[in-house]
Design a protein around this ligand. Structure first.
Ligand SMILES: Nc1ncnc2c1ncn2[C@@H]1O[C@H](COP(=O)(O)OP(=O)(O)O)[C@@H](O)[C@H]1O
Ligand SMILES: [Mg+2]
Length: 290
């Protein structure tokens, strides 16, 4: 028998507290599951000590994406990882937005500039007629190096510095972020659960959340469309969106690695997640017993 049922992957130090952590650990304990919390980058952890490993607050991974993807692949050889290592690889670079756009999903217009490529921010703004833009790393979380700039007052020094170091995305500034707000639709084990509003946040600012908010039929249909192309059952997903100029949902991010799930706005979501973890654990144990 394994020493633990579940390992929850986090990071140390946590860049900010994780309000989902205590409720999740409590709910797992109440379900009779032996869970432990381990930092993904802690080299002393034996990941084989639990049949299931759940990624949660691994919020520093963007500093070492290659190391994180490598960790996910290594864990997979000794424990079932949720969401999977292939999801981690795909979702850890915001280039996935362009891929989803090609598949017909309405996505915030995005220009991807690969590290070291020569690009002019003025030319990008002029080509798209963008007067207010957001510049951010393609591998990022928690608003790391996320900058807003206006045409005519572009911070080309910051742009050049970022571009030299990393892949960068340039997007038009979406005004609806300040009015309707950026919404996060939380999906647990394939079922849309609740919606929260995230208030605008740029580098160095704290996250502000309100909710739960009503989910419109268009948002519901959109979350189904975004997730339809996944052939594996995702344990959790978060569809972040804003309305476009026609009021239709438009994707800002699809968070499949370490999204906050905002259990404080939905105890039902937490119960559903624990139920899904229990059934995956049963399936894994049955598989290992074969
Ligand atoms: N195109 C945009 N228009 C308006 N605000 C944006 C835009 N892109 C990012 N932001 C703001 O920056 C925050 C962080 O950007 P996001 O793309 O969500 O990356 P991450 O959550 O991975 O840091 C968003 O929550 C939003 O407040
Ligand atoms: Mg975000």
């Amino acid at each position: 028998m394994s020493q633990f049922d579940i390992t929850i992957a986090t990071c140390r130090p946590l860049p900010e507290p994780d309000p989902d952590e205590a409720p999740l650990l409590d709910a797992l304990a109440q379900a009779g599951l032996r869970a432990r919390l381990c930092a993904w980058h802690d080299r002393t952890v034996d990941w084989s000590l639990s049949p299931l490993t759940i990624i949660r607050s691994t919020w520093n991974y963007y500093h070492d994406r290659a190391g994180f993807v490598d960790w996910a692949e290594r864990v997979t050889t000794v424990s079932e990882l949720q969401n999977s290592a292939s999801v981690v690889r795909w979702n850890s670079h915001k280039g996935y937005l362009l891929e989803l756009a090609r598949r017909g999903v309405r996505v915030v217009p995005s220009e991807l500039i690969e590290a070291g490529q020569a690009a002019s921010l003025e030319a990008i703004c002029a080509a798209h007629n963008w007067s207010h833009v957001v510049v951010k790393p393609a591998v990022s979380a928690g608003s790391f190096e996320t900058h807003t700039m206006r045409a005519g007052a572009l911070d080309t020094t910051t742009f050049a510095r970022l571009m030299a170091e990393r892949d960068v995305l340039v997007q038009p500034y979406i005004d609806a972020v300040d009015t309707y707000g950026e919404r996060s639709l939380i999906v647990i084990d394939g079922e849309l659960s609740h919606s929260v509003r995230k208030h605008p946040r740029f580098a160095g600012q704290h996250e502000q959340i309100s909710g739960p908010h009503p989910i419109t039929p268009a948002e519901r249909a959109f979350s189904r469309q975004v997730l339809a192309s996944f052939d594996e059952a995702l344990l959790y997903a978060r569809v972040d969106l804003v309305p476009d100029v026609d009021g239709q949902p438009m994707l800002t991010e699809l968070e499949l690695i370490e999204p906050s799930l905002f259990f404080r706005f939905s105890p039902e979501a937490l119960a559903r997640l624990v139920g899904a973890i229990e059934s995956r654990l049963r399936a894994r144990l049955a598989f290992l017993a074969q």
